[in-house]
Design a protein around this ligand. Structure first.
Ligand code: GNR
Ligand code: NI
Length: 172
């Protein structure tokens, strides 16, 4: 396993639409392993492949309690939301590609997600709470969408500008 670099706003790769994975090859399994290691190292509760500059529809997640010894690594390949609740919930979200920025986002409180697991087996799961928020946040990444897109234009412009300035400072 290896830790990969996480790309940061305003990297334009974050706006790419990721491609479906046709076959779960050894390369895909290696990417999933590296993403899990990168996610735990960050630390984060989810990671989309595009965040390590791979535009493929692959997500890793672990929403288990940080204090617990037991890790619950999950891998989602080509995930699709097949149903969303009318009911919504609000969570304070963060993103490893937008470090140290947190804002509340309202999303469907519960969703059904269909995906392939790491063995290429088709699965469907109902997600609620943090799991529902996280899977929606990650699937958004696969479509080039970031949580700041749900904020007011004022807030979004402010955060985009802050990260654009920081990137410019970093190159000089
Ligand atoms: O680590 C993460 N925490 C988080 C908190 C609330 C809602 C979504 C997330 S996902 C984020 C990691 C990340 O950027 N995944 O794309
Ligand atoms: Ni994110």
């Amino acid at each position: 396993m290896a830790i990969r670099d996480i790309i940061i706003l305003p990297d334009r790769q974050l706006r790419l639409i990721s491609s479906p994975i046709e076959t779960v090859t050894a390369e895909v399994r290696k990417l999933a392993d590296d993403m899990l290691e990168t996610m735990y190292d960050a630390p984060g509760i989810g990671l989309a492949a595009i965040q390590v500059a791979q535009p493929v529809r692959l997500i890793t997640m672990d929403i288990s309690k940080k204090e617990g010894e037991q890790k619950e690594p999950r891998v989602f390949i080509n995930p699709e939301i097949t149903w969303s609740s009318e009911e919504t919930s609000v969570y304070e979200e963060g993103c490893l590609s937008i470090p140290e920025y947190y804002e509340e986002v309202e999303r469907p409180a519960s969703v059904r997600v269909r995906y392939l697991d790491i063995d290429g087996k088709l699965r469907e799961d109902e997600a609620i709470g943090l799991y529902a928020t996280c899977i929606q946040h990650e699937i958004d990444h696969l479509n080039g969408v970031l949580f700041v897109d749900y904020l007011s234009k004022l807030k979004r412009d402010r955060v985009m500008k802050k990260f654009t300035k920081a990137a410019k400072r970093a190159v000089v």
